[in-house]
Design a protein around this ligand. Structure first.
Ligand SMILES: [Zn+2]
Ligand SMILES: [Zn+2]
Length: 169
């Protein structure tokens, strides 16, 4: 992914947006936890800050993830967003901006990092996914199983217990 900056770098305050275009970073698939399904989509915005160019990337990528609770494979939409400052000079060790030269800035690292960061640690197929029974493996989204849940076992001792009425005599 590249962005052309030949116009925007001419004067401070200028801002340009463009649709992100392939080729997508070659190592993107290898950096992701889940396989990409289709190509990412997004926009690049470049703002001339005077001393530097501020580049913002934003978009969506679709991956085929596995639910951390019920292990079902499901399509997961990742919304990614990140920004990076670029200057026509080499950064020192303390600087958080990067160098660029010429009419284009290569955004492969920025886009890859943004999409990797957008991946949730433990994706779930839906917020209220009930998950699998740890004992028999039954998918609780399909219905309850015959196992007693830990909560039931805790209260099992009370089964058949009928509180006595206070003696009124
Ligand atoms: Zn699930
Ligand atoms: Zn069970």
């Amino acid at each position: 992914v590249q962005v052309q900056v030949s116009d925007v770098r001419k004067w401070a305050g200028r801002e340009e947006s463009a649709v992100m275009e392939p080729p997508w970073p070659a190592d993107l698939a290898g950096r992701l936890d889940w396989p990409l399904t289709g190509e990412p989509t997004g926009t690049v915005t470049v703002r001339n800050m005077g001393e530097s160019l501020l580049v913002e990337v934003e978009g969506e990528a679709l991956v085929q993830a596995e639910c951390g609770r019920c292990l079902t494979s499901f399509p997961l939409r990742l919304h990614f967003q990140d920004s990076q400052e670029y200057r026509l000079a080499a950064p020192g060790p303390e600087d958080d901006w990067k160098a660029y030269a010429g009419d284009h800035i290569d955004l492969d690292d920025l886009v890859t990092d943004a999409i990797v960061l957008a991946e949730p640690l433990a994706p779930v197929c839906r917020p209220d996914c009930r998950g699998l029974c740890p004992q028999c493996g039954q998918d609780w989204n399909q219905g309850p199983c015959a196992c007693e849940s830990p909560v039931d076992q805790r209260w099992a001792a009370l089964e058949g217990f009928t509180p006595k009425r206070p003696d009124t005599d």
